[in-house]
Design a protein around this ligand. Structure first.
Ligand code: T46
Length: 139
């Protein structure tokens, strides 16, 4: 598996610091952004996630700290460490994901292609494997 990592544009100023930016709708991301959320105040060592989505595509980035994203497409697995504010990871639908907090104060930000919809989640790993196999059989 080749995780889709993007380099977020960054404007650096020696005196004033950095400004990082991305745009949706085909500019920097291959989708329009319908929702932003962020996860914070998570104790170090916590693993969140443990689910996949049927439709949702998202960009994950970590503006502060260090968080490892574990990806599993039902066949292959990969790990991506988000530990710099300009590194983004696009997580497609039908991808099992877990997020491991590795540094105190780390923040995970997410830009999502869809509004929140609990029916889009697959929260059971066996159901995820069955879903991936079923999708592979579709014409
Ligand atoms: C994902 C990873 C990276 C809402 O009510 N609205 C929302 O937009 C979201 C994202 C969550 N929720 C509720 C659903 C649960 O009752 O917030 C609660 C915690 O959600 P969850 O346990 O799914 O959180 P994570 O950190 O395991 O997963 C989240 C996203 O849900 C998921 O789509 O890809 O971050």
């Amino acid at each position: 598996m080749n995780p889709r990592i993007i380099s977020i544009k960054n404007i650096h100023d020696e005196a004033e610091g950095d400004l990082s930016i991305f745009e949706g709708s085909g500019h920097d991301l291959p989708f329009a952004i319908k929702r932003i959320y962020y996860i914070h105040h998570v104790p170090v060592g916590t693993v969140r996630g443990g689910h996949a989505h049927k439709q949702l595509t998202q960009l994950l980035w970590c503006p502060y700290g260090s968080i490892t994203i574990l990806l599993d497409d039902g066949t292959d697995k990969a790990e991506v460490k988000l530990d710099t504010p300009t590194k983004g990871l696009i997580v497609e639908h039908a991808m099992w994901r877990e997020m491991r907090w590795e540094q105190e104060g780390s923040v995970l930000c997410v830009a999502a292609s869809e509004f929140y919809d609990e029916s889009d989640y697959i929260r059971d790993y066996a159901a995820f494997q069955a879903y991936v196999k079923q999708q592979a059989r579709l014409p």
